[in-house]
Structures are given as structure tokens and as C-alpha cells.
Design a protein around this ligand. Structure first.
Ligand code: DON
Length: 424
């Protein structure tokens, strides 16, 4: 059998094709030359599968979809606190290219609007001889899994008419939000916007955020978890500019649009999505792109506020083992976060005080959140206080060093069956 996902994506595109609302952005002359009929969609799963449909090989410029990743890069380089001194996180409720600042703090309201993105660009740390835009191109190439390049024509075209961004640059320099040459920074920012991508690149880039910053195949940490959370939060509240409220209620996933006609969306823990269709609305957001996301969200239940109920099955099985049937084994499965940990502890509460050995087997867990690890070890300590000997079997190494801290002596790394042989 063949998975129906590609057919579904094709179907969504055909449904949205007839929507010819919106216009090509023409304040960047080169974008007005785009083929308005191009249409593409890609979906990249957290475990590394990519599906795509339509004009999925067509390259276009990343434009404002570069902003969350420039933000991620500087958060990694400087830390969240330092960046917050320079760029806020409040939705502006204004157009993306508004010449405005937070009135009290005199800094741009958020990194998704141009004033915030230009400031963010200035914060990119580089080594000698490498421009900020080049630094970002390398970073995005790493996330995309292929070498990306600049579109010189779009860059030159935008520079010719960059009066508004230059005004923003001068304004930022005047109030001290920029401390370097505003023309150089705006130039670099416009180059950043001219990095060429396909929907597949964008879905793969977005997928790194969906996957908590980890490379889906190698498990390498490309972005710190706290950085991912910060970026996704800002995308959710500010990514669609002055249409963010509409987006949040109808689609409900962190997203970022670009005036070239792309939109990326990230469903944490699940997928990175990217669409492309060049006609945009008055907010600079792709008209068909919104249509596609609304359908995907409704059909696939992507809205964040729908919440995912806990699987309610943290204990896969519970039995007695050992020669004398005096070893109590709890095999756990699923994800251990607050709800499941609470459920586990409630079950362990039923263990009467005594000197039985209690084995908690983590082999079939797929993820342990920090709160899950804390609650697990709190339970271990309380069982020990009741007189039990407690062992945590972590044969797959799911617990991080930090999560195990102070509790290593109760963790064994061998397979459950091997460990239980001791009691035969
Ligand atoms: O700075 C600009 O105006 C463009 N390079 C990017 C704007 C943009 O993509 C707005 N988003 N929808």
C-alpha cells in the first residue's frame, strides 16, 4: 500500500488553486516579475520524512521567513537576556514595515517586523571577512541540509527601492537601537531576505524547530531548546504581523510569512510545513498560503489550542518477577511529562511500605521531560524512605545527564531481561 499523504497534499493544492485573490508585491520590482500561478506545498516530519507537491523545485527568496532564524542565531550567540535588551517580544499590531518603536523602551517591538529584524541582523556575530548575511546563509543551509545561495537580482532590485527600510535604519541609529552604520546593516538585512529556497528547504528548516532544535537524523543539537521555545513563541504572537490574531484563531500554529509568497508553519513535536504562492494580501501574507494552512489545520487537527490529551497509559505493564516473585516491575511507555508522572506516582502510592525491590523500566518511553524526570526521582526517593530498593532501568539512555544528576546510583543501563536475571 502507499501512504495517502501525497494524494492529500495534491488534493489541498487543487482546492486552493482557484483562489486568485491578492496581488504580487511590487515595492520590490523584481518580485512583481514572479509567476503568480506558482503553487507548492511541503511537509517535513519530526523524524525526517519529507512530502511535497506542486512546484516544489521552484526557488524563490526567503524574505521575512528569514527573520525567525536570524533571531534564533543571535539568541544562540548572545543569549536570550541580552537580545531582549535590544528587541522586544510584543505584537505590534502594525504593518511589517511601520517606522515605529516601543514608546517606553525605545527598542523595536519584536523581531518579526522590519525594525526588529534590522536590529536583529545587526546583532549577528561574525568572524573577520564573513558578512552577517553570509553567516545566516550558512546557518540556514545547515538547517535545510543543502547549500543555499543568494538571489543577486532580487537583492539589487530591493536595494534600489529600499527607502522605507533605510528610513527605519536611520531611525534606529538615531535612537541608539543600532550602533553601527545603518546603510551597511540595511544592506545586509536585504541580502538576508534574498536567500533562495524551495518549499522543501523551508519545510526542512521549520522541522528543526518542530523537533526541539535537534537534527532529525543525527540527533545533533542545532538549536538550544530554550531558543526554540523563544522563537516559536514570537512566531505565534507576531509572525503574521497585524493579522496575527486572525491566524492564531483560525490556523493556530507558530508561523512566518514572506512577501515573496511563502509561509512556514511549525507544529511543535510534529511537523514543519511550507507553502508558496506569490499573490499576497494587504498584510504581505500569501492569500493561497493562508487558505492552504487553514485547510491543513482543520483537516489535520493542527491547532495548538486543541491540545493533545495525555495518552493516559504510562504504565504498560506491572508484574512480579524474580525467583521468589518478590521483584515488582513497572514497564513504562509513551511520554513522561507532568500528567503521566502524576499518574505514575499515584499508582506507586499503592505500594505498601516494605523491602521489596521495585524496578521502573524506561525502555519504551519515547521522551522524558525535565518535570517527568524530577517527579520520577522524587517518587524513587519516597519509595526508598518506605524501605524499598528501587532501580531505574534506562537501557536506551533516554535520561540526560542533567536529568540523572544526583540519582545515577539508582539507574542501570542494561536491558530489563538481563537485569532481572540477577534475581533468578
Ligand atoms: O524588508 C522587506 O520589506 C522585505 N525584504 C521583506 C518583507 C516581508 O517579507 C514581509 N512579509 N510578509
Amino acid at each position: 500500500m502507499q501512504t495517502p499523504v501525497p494524494d492529500y497534499l495534491k488534493h489541498v493544492l487543487s482546492q486552493c488553486q482557484r483562489n486568485v485573490g491578492g496581488q504580487l508585491a511590487d515595492y520590490i520590482p523584481e518580485l512583481a516579475q514572479a509567476d503568480p500561478n506558482k503553487l507548492a506545498l511541503a511537509l517535513s516530519t519530526a523524524d525526517g520524512m519529507i512530502y511535497s507537491s506542486g512546484d516544489d523545485g521552484h526557488e524563490f527568496t526567503i524574505q521575512s521567513m528569514s527573520k525567525p532564524f536570524a533571531y534564533a542565531l543571535v539568541l544562540e550567540q548572545l543569549g536570550i537576556e541580552e537580545v531582549l535588551q535590544k528587541v522586544g517580544v510584543e505584537p505590534s499590531g502594525e504593518a511589517f514595515n511601520q517606522i515605529s518603536l516601543d514608546k517606553e523602551l525605545n527598542i523595536p517591538k519584536n523581531p518579526m517586523i522590519n525594525s526588529g529584524a534590522i536590529t536583529t541582523h545587526s546583532l549577528i556575530q561574525t568572524t573577520a571577512g564573513i558578512s552577517r548575511a553570509e553567516q545566516l546563509r550558512r546557518f540556514l543551509s545547515e538547517l535545510a541540509g543543502r547549500e543555499l545561495s543568494f538571489d543577486e537580482q532580487v537583492y539589487t532590485s530591493e536595494m534600489k527601492t529600499a527607502f522605507r527600510n533605510l528610513s527605519i535604519g536611520y531611525m534606529l541609529r538615531t535612537v541608539g537601537a543600532l550602533d553601527t552604520d545603518p546603510v551597511e546593516i540595511v544592506n545586509g538585512y536585504i541580502q538576508q531576505c534574498a536567500i533562495k529556497v524551495t518549499v522543501k528547504d523551508l519545510a526542512n528548516i521549520a522541522r528543526v524547530l518542530a523537533n526541539g532544535g535537534l537534527h532529525p537524523k543525527t540527533g545533533e543539537c542545532l538549536l538550544d531548546r530554550a531558543v526554540v521555545r523563544q522563537v516559536l513563541s514570537v512566531m505565534l504572537s507576531c509572525g503574521m504581523y497585524d493579522a496575527a490574531g486572525d491566524w492564531l484563531t483560525t490556523v493556530g500554529i507558530p508561523a512566518k510569512s514572506g512577501v515573496s509568497g511563502g509561509i512556514i508553519g511549525v507544529l511543535p513535536g510534529q511537523v514543519g510545513i511550507a507553502v508558496f504562492s506569490p499573490r499576497v494580501d494587504e498584510h504581505g501574507n500569501s492569500v493561497r498560503g493562508i487558505d492552504i494552512f487553514e485547510r491543513l489545520s482543520a483537516d489535520m487537527g493542527l491547532h495548538l489550542m486543541e491540545g493533545t490529551p495525555s495518552a493516559q497509559t504510562i504504565i504498560q505493564s506491572c508484574y512480579w518477577a524474580g525467583k521468589n516473585d518478590d521483584v515488582r516491575v513497572y514497564e513504562l511507555r509513551g511520554v513522561l511529562q507532568f500528567t503521566e508522572s502524576e499518574m505514575l506516582l499515584r499508582n506507586l502510592q499503592e505500594e505498601p511500605p516494605g523491602d521489596t525491590t521495585i524496578v521502573l523500566d524506561l525502555t519504551n518511553l519515547t521522551l522524558i521531560h525535565d518535570v517527568g524526570a524530577r517527579m520520577l526521582f522524587e517518587g524513587v526517593e519516597r519509595l526508598q524512605q518506605d524501605g524499598h530498593r528501587v532501580v531505574v532501568v534506562d537501557s536506551e539512555g533516554i535520561l540526560s545527564e542533567a536529568q540523572m544528576k544526583g540519582n545515577k546510583r539508582v539507574v542501570v543501563k542494561e536491558k530489563l531481561t538481563k537485569y532481572l536475571e540477577k534475581f533468578q
